[in-house]
Design a binder for this molecule. Structure first.
Ligand SMILES: *Cc1c(COP(=O)(O)O)cnc(C)c1O
Length: 392
């Protein structure tokens, strides 16, 4: 049977019908351990009772009103994100990561426009980055497979090698609007950016009036064991994009900014029909309820240690399949010695979901609520997949 859905993904032939915590069940009755969380989205597990309750309660009250009116749930979520960020003073809500990035790019460019420097348009990004699939965000990402079919690239982006300290210092000029970076690259292969590089970039931004934008769409919201991944480095941005786990599986995006950086985002400059709608805001607040619990993130860090140790043993024992472990917190990757597509396939056959990334990596990013037993079971299944691959 051919699918009526555009084949823009190389889909596995499996359909899940139910989930609970870190487990999933497919329509043919098989059970799986979820080590992918739908690409770091379902960080609080499937069917988390608190999130389900928040969504259902809101669904009975009000779904949509339009941003022409105040949305109290959104104001509440914005205040909580601002407080958690320690730098932001204002938030724009969108429906996805790419839209959060579009808002971030517009915020940066309009800041310079407002300052009487409309020529400051260029956004500097780094090799291996991923910022979404809209026309602007593919121009930011510059990956051939993402751009080649779509004509002339959206102007105003340039890209440098990650960790090239001198190149950044040289590249910033009177046309530069912002530097955009993921504190931990996700799609690029789980590459943790050096703290010193973020410090370096921050100081160049400060010296030149350039804005620093973090894309924490994948690495944010507790994934690394801190609310935001950049907390490990202790370097704040001016603007930050969030999405994925912020909605725990409900579509949402957010662009946070300082009041100064957001001064160009005045009435009429940007908008979204659905962004900040009451359903998404209710779920976002429920996510914050979980993350703000004082015991939650320390527990994630403890579990992450166990998972890292387990993956380390797995990689060491199966050198024909895995080269090593990388990442931070529960944002982990196994560098593969065989094609990563074969690893994701074999893992799925053994009942554990992992997700491919560039650099021939498979990502291991379970729901943060996964239990020790589920982690161990997932590791056993990964080991079986490794043995199966090594025997081939
Ligand atoms: C997933 C992702 C995006 C894009 O998010 P969408 O919701 O797919 O638009 C942007 N940046 C990063 C770092 C991501 O991981």
């Amino acid at each position: 049977m051919t699918s009526p859905v555009m084949p823009t993904y190389a889909r596995h032939d499996v359909a899940f019908v139910r989930g609970e915590g870190a487990r999933l069940w497919s329509e043919d009755g098989r059970e799986f351990i979820d080590f992918g969380a739908g690409v770091a989205v379902t960080s609080f597990g499937h069917a988390h009772p608190h999130l389900v309750e928040a969504l259902c309660t809101q669904a009975r009250k009000l779904w949509h009103v339009s941003n022409l009116y105040r949305i109290p749930e959104g104001e509440r979520l914005a205040r909580r994100l601002i407080a958690a960020s320690g730098f932001a003073e204002t938030v724009f809500f969108a429906n996805s990561g790419a839209e959060a990035l579009e808002a971030a790019i517009k915020t940066a460019r309009s800041y310079h426009f407002e300052n009487g420097q409309p020529e400051r348009q260029t956004i500097i990004t780094f090799q291996g980055c991923f910022h979404g699939r809209t026309l602007a965000t593919i121009a930011a990402g510059r990956r051939k497979a993402h751009t080649e079919a779509f004509g002339e690239a959206c102007p105003g982006f340039m890209q440098l090698a990650l960790h090239d300290y001198e190149a950044v210092a040289r590249a910033v000029n009177e046309k530069t609007a912002a530097i955009l970076i993921e504190p931990v690259q996700g799609e690029g292969g789980v590459r943790v950016v050096e703290a010193a590089f973020l410090e370096h970039v921050r100081s160049i931004c400060d010296e030149t009036g350039t804005l620093l934008i973090y894309d924490e769409v994948q690495c944010g919201m507790g994934r690394t064991g801190r609310m935001f991944a950049h907390e490990w480095a202790g370097v704040k941005p001016d603007i930050m994009a969030l999405a994925k786990a912020l909605g725990g599986g409900f579509p949402i995006g957010a662009c946070l900014a300082t009041a100064e950086a957001a001064k160009g985002m005045t009435a009429g400059r940007h908008g979204s029909t659905f962004g900040g709608n009451p359903l998404a805001m209710a779920v976002g607040n429920a996510v914050m309820d979980i993350l703000e619990n004082d015991t939650f993130l320390p527990e994630v860090r403890r579990k992450a240690e166990r998972l890292q140790a387990g993956l380390g043993r797995l990689a060491a024992a199966h050198g024909a399949v895995f080269k090593g472990v990388r990442g931070i917190g529960m944002m982990l990757g196994l560098a593969c010695a065989v094609p990563n597509t074969e690893v994701t396939k074999a893992a799925l056959d053994e009942g554990v979901l992992v997700i491919g990334a560039a650099d021939n990596v498979v990502r291991v990013m379970p729901p943060l609520v996964i239990t020790a037993e589920e982690m161990d079971e997932g590791l056993v299944r990964l080991e079986r997949a490794a043995m199966r691959l090594a025997a081939q």
